[in-house]
Design a protein around this ligand. Structure first.
Ligand code: NAD
Length: 480
């Protein structure tokens, strides 16, 4: 059994209650470790440590903070293989994906904000002949950072890095479903010489640990990524205390394929944008809209490609899809496939659980599933499934596809495939999504604003947006 510990005030410590939760290996469907079942007392200790560390950390120069963060980034790179293996085991994702995407992105997050903060500048506004204004952006205090299970270290560091770079101290909670790489990060922070209390990681359940962070009046800013229902509960708790809130929530993203697209690229990347990480990326395009003249050609070629994807153990280099994250999540996804059938959908590919041989026979594997024939307003097409399930829908005009694409309560990301530049601009501007990719998907420049409209969230992460979120703005006006 691998037992992990909290990271509080620079030390790896047991939860005060002495209680632990099971940690599952989804590829085998077995418990392989224990994680602290922390509670309010552990959180309070972490907040006190973060408050104590704040004056010194916030007073350090940007360069000093940057140097320590760069050491953490280097240590993540040096431990790439160990971290990738841990991520794959905890989450069920293919090892090759963790090695290529998750872990390199975690060190990039640290490096990006460690260097970014050195170049972060604020504005001054001259009122000619009258006054000069200058704006300062200073660290706020203790930041609460709460993250989900789908891209564990990638999203955890995406919050922690800008919070620390801006001079805040942090109390963070990774998902209880995938806590392992956050624990390994705490070991690397100790090795890198991060001062005690600057980053504290408390493991445990959302309604206990997460809620205690959000409720505490000594945590003035909360950065959360997760489901829309959880985001709503967090906002209800935090808003009366006027905390700064950044909420990155669910999505039901449209992938729009016009008849004039570069067919082969649209096809190849649509398979990725549908099923990468078993469809468990908030940016996956789960509703594919195809212009009528190429509907059948695209559908048939897509289904053929999907049928060739290999579902297998995460460590197997040939696996395209690993396991979904938990039994409960697998059952949720299967229930949506049932719902789609009841709503009149036709399953063109997949639709079932996959039972692998031997030690993987109890793992949570699902076939990549393609469904057609559903109304765009049905539940399958409106609710977030967050698994390897996509629907195909034909459309006849730009107006029609915009109505369908914008019909959900979400507005996170959208993808457009067309060779017509004017149309690409026109459609992009009419889509109610915070992130739009034209002829590509998940091409990320960390300087760009990242986040969604409608119930996909509040605020933006990335670049200066993140550093602005993690600082308090003050304007000074001086009469000339
Ligand atoms: P979740 O909302 O269940 O949990 C996210 C985190 O919140 C976990 O650490 C959890 O323990 C914690 N939590 C749960 N209840 C809490 C509470 N009452 N107070 C405070 N914290 C609480 O989400 P999940 O199932 O882990 O992740 C999947 C969801 O995340 C999907 O909806 C997906 O779209 C979304 N997501 C969004 C983005 C984005 O950038 N917009 C990125 C990745 C995932």
């Amino acid at each position: 059994m691998e037992r992990i510990l909290n990271y509080i005030n620079g030390k790896l410590v047991e939860p005060k209650s002495g209680n632990y939760l099971d940690n599952y290996d989804p590829s085998r469907g077995v418990v392989y470790g224990e994680i602290p079942d922390s509670d309010r007392e552990d959180v309070k200790e972490a907040i006190t440590a973060a408050q104590t560390a704040f004056p010194e950390w916030s007073a350090k120069s940007n360069e000093e903070r940057s140097r320590i963060m760069m050491r953490i980034a280097d240590l993540i790179d040096e431990n790439l293989e160990k971290l990738a293996l841990a991520e794959s085991k905890d989450n069920g994702k293919p090892l090759k994906l963790a090695r290529r995407v998750d872990i390199p992105r975690a060190s990039s997050n640290f490096r990006f904000f460690a260097t970014g903060v050195i170049h972060f500048a604020s504005e001054s506004h001259l009122m000619e002949g009258e006054a000069i204004n200058y704006t300062t952006r200073t660290p706020v205090g203790v930041a609460g950072c709460i993250s989900p299970w789908n891209l564990p270290l990638y999203l955890f560091t995406w919050k922690i890095a800008p919070a620390l770079a801006a001079g805040n101290t942090v109390v963070a909670k990774p998902s209880e479903i995938t806590p392992m790489t956050a624990f390994l990060l705490s070991e690397l922070c100790i090795e890198a010489g991060l001062p005690s209390g600057v980053l504290n990681i408390v493991h445990g359940l959302g309604p206990k640990v997460g809620q205690a962070i959000v409720e505490d009046p000594d945590v003035p800013l909360i950065s959360f990524t997760g489901g829309t229902a959880t985001g709503k509960a967090i906002a209800a708790t935090a808003a009366p205390m006027f905390k700064k809130l950044s909420l990155e929530l669910g999505g039901k993203n449209p992938n729009i394929i016009f008849a004039d697209c570069d067919f082969d690229n649209a096809l190849r990347i649509s398979v990725q944008s549908s099923f990468a990480n078993q469809g468990q990326i908030c940016l996956c395009g789960s509703r594919i809209f195809i212009e009528r003249p190429i509907y059948e050609k695209f559908r048939d070629a897509f289904v053929e490609k999907v049928n060739r994807l290999k579902i297998g153990p995460p460590l197997d280099e040939s696996s395209n899809l690993g396991a979904v994250v938990s039994k409960q999540h697998m059952e949720k996804v299967l229930s949506y496939i049932d719902l789609a059938k009841k709503e009149g959908g036709k399953i063109l590919a997949g639709g079932n659980r996959v039972e692998l041989d031997g030690e993987f026979s109890e793992g949570y594997y699902l076939e990549p599933t393609v469904i057609e024939g559903l109304d765009y307003q049905c539940r399958t097409n409106q609710e977030e499934i967050f698994g390897p399930v996509v629907t195909l829908t034909p459309f006849d005009s730009e107006e029609e596809v915009l109505t369908m694409a914008n019909s959900t309560e979400y507005g996170l990301a959208a993808t457009i495939w067309t060779q017509d530049l004017t149309r690409a601009h026109r459609v992009s501007h009419k889509l109610k999504s915070g992130i739009i990719w034209v002829n590509c998907w998940l091409l990320r420049d960390l300087r760009t604003p990242f986040g969604g409209m409608k119930k996909s969230g509040v605020g933006r992460e990335g670049g200066w947006e993140a550093l602005k979120f993690f600082t308090e703005t003050r304007n000074v006006c001086i009469k000339l």
